[in-house]
Design a protein around this ligand. Structure first.
Ligand code: G6P
Ligand code: ZN
Length: 543
């Protein structure tokens, strides 16, 4: 196979965000764009030479083309073996698992997660390291630096790999193995959860509605929920993965997964409702007539996980991202577990998981997972809940009520202001930062500010430091307001305002979330003045 060195010029915008490089498809389709970024990875991560590299994506438009390019470049850059999901498909957690069990030196995950897909949609690429975790900020910065001075890339010419034929193929000296995207992942799930018990639960007439949102989890849900656990076929909605995700926005939240939400609040709601996003790492959990916020889901799983086969030894510790509500902290306190608070971004959990400090972690952005992989895992979360329901025999409402009675309840919501001009979003942040020193001790309504600062994190394992990870205004245990800029948007800037209110008194556990948070939202208006500075009357998304 002829290897060619192609001369190229740098693009200035190949800086990874919270989870990889995400751009419009058209940006990735520019000549040399993807190639430059890939070569920057190969140049920086020289450990890939002579080793195995895993590849797979969420199946969105441009996935197959990009994977063909990546395979041709892997061969030209001395990779010994590529393991690729059949049809170019691997969910993000399944990629992580594949990297781990194959002993690969890394993986390329082709996804823009929950961002819309299709010709006019987004595309993305994330580099994961040996062990299955996301590249650290230091590494993605090095890749970015390399991309700014790149002058050539290496590629094998005229390569076309049959991505649909399972088994081994050769490309020059490089081995290619096309694997079923579900097999290994499904096997892993069977070691963690009690499939017999869940099967019995379904046999007793209990029910599930899982919305795959026409994205990557369709085949996983079909195999695991229907084929292996015996749930009726109708339990999986929107099961066929489509290149444009059916034109939808595969983000499992109250806005974008509305059909599932409506079903769960209807007369024929099943016992459990779940949804996952484009690449299968996010999850949303509902019971009959009840939405379990991601922070609550995390806390409740922390309280029940040791009943499930894979976690019988108990949890080593738990972690949540800073903006995620502090419900988890209450469980950790009650059970004597270490509880870590990290910046937003799954990669910050990696060292805690690798060093055995934590077993379970999660984020407000609908991400939950355990130490079984190094990514968040949507199908895992739904299975964990199925197993908890089957094990306890309780309903979601009963579990939630008992939990809030024991630990108190954190009312929680996130208000997003999307596609703001960057300068305006920065102005909101800077104005608030300037006012922080004056806030401590001030009283607003029934709450007094106990702390007002910018969150910074020092990784307890490697000592690395992440600064300016969001502004927090803390009112003791009673409430918090958090403001940060999203790191995953592809257009303009997104401001996220997080509201959290904690109540323990029995008569205060049954409020509607919006009503419980209204006084806090009013304080946020007064303190942060988003409406005034941006001219926006209301957030674009409340979830
Ligand atoms: C991705 C990452 C998460 C992160 C989320 C929101 O899903 O994997 O770790 O929490 O994006 O990030 P953002 O910066 O947009 O709030
Ligand atoms: Zn995702």
């Amino acid at each position: 196979m002829p290897v060619r060195e192609i001369a190229t010029k740098p693009f200035s915008d190949q800086k990874s965000g919270t989870a990889g490089l995400r751009k419009k498809v058209a940006v990735f389709q520019q000549p040399h764009y993807l190639e430059n970024f890939l070569q920057s990875i190969f140049d920086v991560e020289t450990s890939l030479r002579g080793k195995t590299l895993v590849m797979g994506g969420d199946g969105r438009y441009h996935n197959r083309t990009a994977i063909q390019t990546a395979i041709a470049m892997a061969a030209a850059n001395g990779v010994a073996k590529v393991i690729v999901g059949q049809g170019g498909i691997l969910s993000t957690p399944a990629s992580s698992h594949m990297i781990r069990i194959s002993g690969a030196a890394g993986g390329l995950v082709f996804t823009a997660s929950h961002n819309p897909a299709g010709e006019d949609g987004d595309f993305g690429l994330k580099f994961n390291i040996a062990g299955g975790g996301q590249a650290s900020e230091t590494l993605t910065n090095r890749i970015y630096e390399a991309s700014k001075s790149i002058s050539r890339y290496r590629i094998e010419e005229n390569v076309w790999v049959d991505l649909d034929r399972r088994g081994s193929q050769k490309l020059g000296d490089m081995d290619i193995e096309v694997v079923d995207c579900v097999d290994d992942y499904a096997a892993l799930m069977q070691t963690l959860f009690d499939f017999d018990r869940i099967r019995d639960w379904f046999k007793k007439g209990h029910s599930l509605a899982f919305d795959a949102m026409h994205a990557v989890t369709g085949p996983y849900a079909q195999r695991i929920f229907v084929d292996l656990l015996g749930a009726p076929q109708k339990s999986v909605m929107n099961a066929s993965p489509l290149e444009d995700f059916g034109g939808g926005h595969p983000d499992p939240n109250l806005i974008y997964a509305k059909p599932l939400v409506d079903l769960m609040y209807s007369d024929h709601a099943p016992d459990l409702g779940g949804a996952s996003d484009g690449d299968g790492d996010r999850n949303m959990i509902l019971g009959r007539g009840i939405f379990i916020s991601p922070g609550d889901s995390l806390a409740m799983l922390a309280a029940h996980l040791d009943k499930l086969p894979g976690y019988k030894k108990g949890l080593a510790g738990v972690a949540r991202s800073m903006p995620t509500c502090r419900a988890l902290d209450m469980v950790a306190k009650g059970r004597g577990l270490a509880c870590y608070e990290t910046p937003t971004g799954w990669k910050f959990f990696a060292n805690l998981l690798d060093s055995g400090r934590i077993t379970l972690c999660g984020e407000e952005s609908f991400g939950t997972s355990s130490n079984h992989v190094r990514e968040k895992d949507g199908v895992w979360a739904v299975l964990a809940w199925l197993n908890v329901l089957a094990e306890t025999g309780l309903s979601m409402q009963q579990i939630a009520d008992a939990h809030w009675k024991q630990y108190g309840r954190h009312y929680y919501a996130r208000h997003d202001y999307d596609e703001l001009p960057t300068a305006v979003a920065n102005q909101v942040m800077e104005t608030l930062i300037a006012s922080l020193p004056r806030l401590a001790g001030q009283k607003f309504g029934e709450w007094t500010v106990s702390q007002a600062d910018e969150f910074g994190y020092e990784d307890p394992v490697d000592g690395s430091v992440a600064k300016s990870q969001g502004i927090r205004i803390v009112f003791g245990e009673a409430a918090r307001l958090i403001l940060r800029l999203s790191g995953t948007g592809t257009k303009g800037a997104t401001l996220r305002l997080y509201l959290e209110r904690y109540e323990t008194a029995a008569e205060k556990l049954g409020y509607k979330t919006g009503e419980a948070l209204a006084p806090l939202a009013a304080i946020a208006d007064q303190l942060i003045r988003i409406g005034e500075i941006t001219g926006r009357k209301a957030p674009d998304v409340v979830t």
